[in-house]
Design a protein around this ligand. Structure first.
Ligand SMILES: N[C@@H](CCC(=O)N[C@@H](CS)C(=O)NCC(=O)O)C(=O)O
Length: 238
């Protein structure tokens, strides 16, 4: 059985980490059995790259949502990306870079920096009964500010960052159009990715400016509800 190490499900979010939601959506879409292990400070020491998610499978610890998906795709002969044309595969890569290398940092900025609600983000990361959340949370906020500055996006003001993030949302919305799924009529790997990020933005417990901006895109909001109801009914039937 695969053990998936990630933050626990909290509030209305599937997971505070979009990479974890992406991976868990993949596991469910591909019908791969797994068990979740909510990450604690003790287990986090075992994270191979110092990041979530990671999995233990076949006696190995594997980090990185993409590496894990590739490993499991080979192991279980998953066909979720097999039907994509060359053009759609290219679109998937471009969308992945947009989400993981740009919009992700916007999510972080509005969760940790722009809002006074950032302690709520801390509550979404750890199990409710975990001790020492406050100092660890402050350390995580400090680290997020530092990483955002290093990335570069965090050097702009909130208005500019929001404008840049809205360009990403415009792009996702235009690609999705009125399709049921991101790259066609059938659910596929691209949906694990896009849904992972949209759930994190739409249901961010800090209800920040980016969340409010995203909720104005009817097709993205409806897509998120559709995917959530299909793959995470226990969270979306709230
Ligand atoms: N490329 C990795 C990215 C994972 C990642 O950035 N995880 C974040 C949470 S969303 C993390 O663990 N950050 C902790 C840190 O940077 O200290 C993947 O696809 O899994």
């Amino acid at each position: 059985m695969i053990t998936l190490y990630q933050p626990p499900q909290t509030f209305d979010l599937i997971n505070i980490s979009p990479f974890c939601t992406k991976l868990e959506t993949f596991l469910r879409m591909a019908n791969i059995p797994y068990q979740c292990e909510p990450v604690s400070m003790k287990t986090f020491m075992r994270a191979p790259n110092g990041k979530v998610p990671w999995v233990e499978v076949d006696g190995k610890a594997i980090p990185d949502s993409d590496l894990i998906i590739n490993y499991l795709t080979d192991k279980y002969v998953v066909t979720l990306s097999k039907g994509y044309s060359e053009e759609n595969s290219a679109l998937l890569t471009a969308t992945q870079r947009l989400l993981e290398e740009h919009l992700y940092w916007g999510i972080g900025y509005f969760r940790w920096v722009e809002t006074t609600n950032w302690p709520i983000t801390v509550l979404s990361i750890f199990a409710p009964n975990m001790l020492g959340k406050k100092p660890i949370g402050m350390l995580m906020k400090w680290s997020s500010v530092k990483q955002l500055k290093a990335h570069g996006l965090g050097r702009h003001n909130a208005e500019t960052i929001l404008t840049k993030c809205k360009q990403d949302l415009d792009t996702l919305s235009a690609f999705l159009g009125d399709s049921t799924y991101y790259l066609g009529d059938e659910p596929g790997l691209a949906d694990c990715l896009v849904f992972g990020f949209l759930d994190g933005i739409m249901h961010d417990p800090t209800n920040n400016q980016l969340t409010k901006a995203a909720q104005k895109y009817d097709n993205l909001r409806e897509y998120c509800e559709r995917m959530g109801s299909q793959y995470f009914p226990e969270v979306y039937s709230r």
